[in-house]
Design a protein around this ligand. Sequence first.
Ligand SMILES: *Cc1c(COP(=O)(O)O)cnc(C)c1O
Length: 380
Amino acid sequence: MNDPKSSLGESTPLVPPLYQSSVYTLPDLDALDRIMNAEAPGFIYARDGHPNARQLAAQLATLEGADWAVICGSGMAAISAIVLATVQQGDRIVASNRLYGRTTQLFGAELTRFGVQTTFVDCSDLQSVRTALEQPAKVLFVETMSNPLLRLVDVPALAELARARDCLLIVDNTFATPVLTRPLELGAGVVMESLTKMIGGHGDVTLGLIGGRGELPLQVTAAVSIWGLASNPFDCWLAERGLATLPLRMRAASANAAALADWLGRQPAVARVVYPGRPDHPDHELAKRLLRGGFGNMLCFELKDGRDGVNRFMRLATGIPFSPSLGATMTTLSHPGTTSHRYVSPAERRRQGIGDGLIRLSVGVEELGKIQEEMAKGLT
Ligand SMILES: *Cc1c(COP(=O)(O)O)cnc(C)c1O
C-alpha cells in the first residue's frame, strides 16, 4: 500500500524527493539497533536527522571544504548549536564588536545568564584581538563581512592568533558565501552560514549551517536534537534547489553591485558609497586578498538628505522593496539606522558611520539597466 519504492520500478526521480515525514518506520528491533549503533544508515525521527537535511549538508560541506556539516532551523539556531556544543559555564568568548544584532544579543545578554562572558573587540585591529586573547577564551567569533558597512576581517591572521591560544575561531560567512571565500580553507575552525540569505537565495527559507574539519563533534548533533534546533525537510528541499544556482547568482549579483556602486558614486544626491570593491573602502586590499570572483552583492550608499531623502527614495523607487533581509533574487533595500541598528544609541551609530541617510542594498540578479532605471526614480 504505502510503498513508493516499488511503485517507482526502475525509475529514479531526477530531482531528490522531499521526505516530509517527521518519523520513520523500521521492520524490526535489529534494524533499529543497527541505526542506533551507527552500523547502518537510516533515520528514525526528523529532529535527530532527515534525508533532505543530510543531502543539503553533504552538498554544502563540499562547497565549504568541510568534513562535516549540520543544518539547523535558522542561522541563529546554527550559532546556538555550535555555542551550546563548545562552551560551558565559566568560559569566555571573544567576539567582533560589529556582529549581526541577534548574535550580539546572544553573546552579550543571553549567555551571561549561563555564566559565559563575552569580550567584544574591534576585530579589524589585530592588536586588540591579541590583547583580548591574553585571557583564556574558548571561542573567537567574527563575520567575514560585517553589516552594514561591509568591514572585512583578516581571517588567516585571526586563525593564527586563535590557534596559538587553543581557541576555536568561528566565522559567520553569511555576507560572503562560500562562493566568494571559504573560511575553513583560511584556517577557521568552524564556518557558519545563514542559508536564509544568499544560499537559499529566493527569500523563501529559514535555515542555517555549521561546518568544520575533522570528526563531527558529537556535541553538535546532540545540541541540535536536545535543544530542538533542527531544520524542516521542505526548507532543506528548497535550499538545495537554491544551491544549484548559487555560483551563477553570486556572480551576476556581484557584477550588478560593482556596476551600481560606480553608478551611485556619480549621482548628485549620493554623499558616499560603501562597497569593498571600491578603492576607497577601508578593507579594499583585504577584500582583494580574501574574496575571489567578485566583492559580493551587498552595498550601502548615503543620501545627502538624510532620513527625508530615504523616505523620498522609498516612496519613489517602489520597484526596490524595503525588506530588512538580504539575498533574494530581486534587489531590496534596508535602512540600518531604523532596523538592524535601531537600538544602537545615535552617538554610537554616528561613531560607526551609520547615518540617517544610509541605505543598504541587497543587489539581485535582475538586468542592471532595470535596477538603475528604478533607482534613478528615487534619486531625483
Ligand atoms: C541573517 C543573519 C544571521 C541569522 O540568520 P537567520 O537565518 O535569520 O537566523 C546571522 N548572521 C548574519 C550575518 C545574518 O545576516
